[in-house]
Ligand binder design. Structure first.
Ligand code: NDP
Length: 300
């Protein structure tokens, strides 16, 4: 069997086009431009790249982008002061604080200071609670992107056996909640799970969010299953030259693709969907803030 490749890059481009069309209509008909504020504290190189690319894509879909880069040694008071101002600013509909924060800042305290209605990352404890109780809130972008791809490929997910490897607050837990919301039978596996290979073999849908390069081999995969590989791992690639690297997922792509019915590649799978969903969440937050109908198909 050769798996269908779930092309996240192309899907994300379609989501961004749809967001851009909504934004153009909002601006033209209502004079409202959705705005996303991104806050970066410190100089983490990966975070700098993410923040720059988020700002660029925000502008590309016609939204306003507000970037706040704070020094590494910024105090908690300074950061909370900025969040207060962004919470009160009517031009800002979405606020994202780039994680990880420097060690002296408490991420829970900072995230929970964001107005939940503007929490487009969906990490505020209110949004976590709303998702857990099946109510409308803001859904974290990476699992939302995974769900969009699954719905697009399968239509209904009802009754499917879903296994999520990973229980982080950012990916694993919200992913499991979303799949439960779709009436899947959900198992969440983690580092203490016994017989992981046997657990994974039950899965009609596997979501791997671990952070261990190529940990899942093809012989763990149920024939025909759908594999969503969230992992982004940089490994040495001596075949490309000395000191060169490449990105791989948590699943061993070739062997899994030989057994699965569908699979997301790394890169070009889940990754591009994350930023597209961030933009979709910002649009949704803007519509809600202005008591306008929400764009369809963006939020479960
Ligand atoms: P975390 O490190 O927060 O969580 C990893 C999870 O994997 C933990 O729950 C851990 O279990 C579990 N785990 C670790 N080792 C094993 C093992 N041997 N067997 C089974 N489970 C194991 O990572 P994140 O959730 O933040 O990210 C996961 C991956 O997804 C990373 O590669 C990250 O780069 C990527 N990612 C990709 C995004 C995208 O846009 N595509 C966005 C966010 C993340 P335990 O809880 O027991 O420690």
């Amino acid at each position: 069997m050769t798996a269908t490749i779930l092309d996240g890059k192309a899907f994300a481009a379609r989501v961004r086009d749809s967001v851009a069309a909504h934004v153009a209509r909002l601006t033209e008909e209502k004079g409202i431009t959705p705005g996303l504020a991104v806050v970066l504290v410190g100089k983490d190189p990966a975070s700098q790249v993410y923040v720059t690319s988020k700002g660029k894509m925000t502008l590309e879909v016609g939204m306003a982008s507000f970037e706040h880069r704070l020094a590494e040694d910024s105090s908690e008071q300074e950061l909370l002061g900025l969040i207060d101002r962004l919470n009160a600013d009517p031009a800002v509909h979405g606020i994202l604080v780039q994680l990880p924060l420097p060690e002296h800042l408490d991420p829970d305290l900072v995230i929970n200071a964001i107005d939940p209605a503007k929490d487009v990352d969906g990490f505020h404890v209110s949004n976590v609670g709303l998702l857990g109780t099946g109510q409308k809130g803001m859904v974290p972008c990476t699992p939302l992107g995974c769900l969009m791809m699954l719905r697009d490929h399968h239509g209904s997910l009802t009754g499917k056996e879903a296994v999520v490897i990973g229980r982080s607050n950012i990916v694993g837990k919200p992913m499991a909640q979303l799949l439960l919301g779709e009436s899947c039978t959900v198992t969440t596996a983690h580092s203490r799970t016994r017989d992981l290979s046997e657990v994974v073999r039950r899965a009609d849908i596997l979501v791997a969010a671990v952070g261990r390069p190529e940990m899942v081999p093809g012989d763990w995969i149920k024939p025909g299953a759908t594999v969503i590989d969230v992992g982004i791992n940089r490994v040495a690639a001596p075949e490309k030259g000395e000191g060169r690297t490449r990105l791989v997922g948590d699943c061993h792509y070739e062997s899994c693709a030989a057994v699965a019915g569908a699979i997301t590649p790394v890169p070009g799978g889940v990754g591009p969907m994350t930023i597209a969903c961030l933009l979709a969440n910002t649009l949704t937050a803007c519509c809600r803030a202005n008591a306008l109908p929400e764009p369809e198909g963006m939020i479960p």
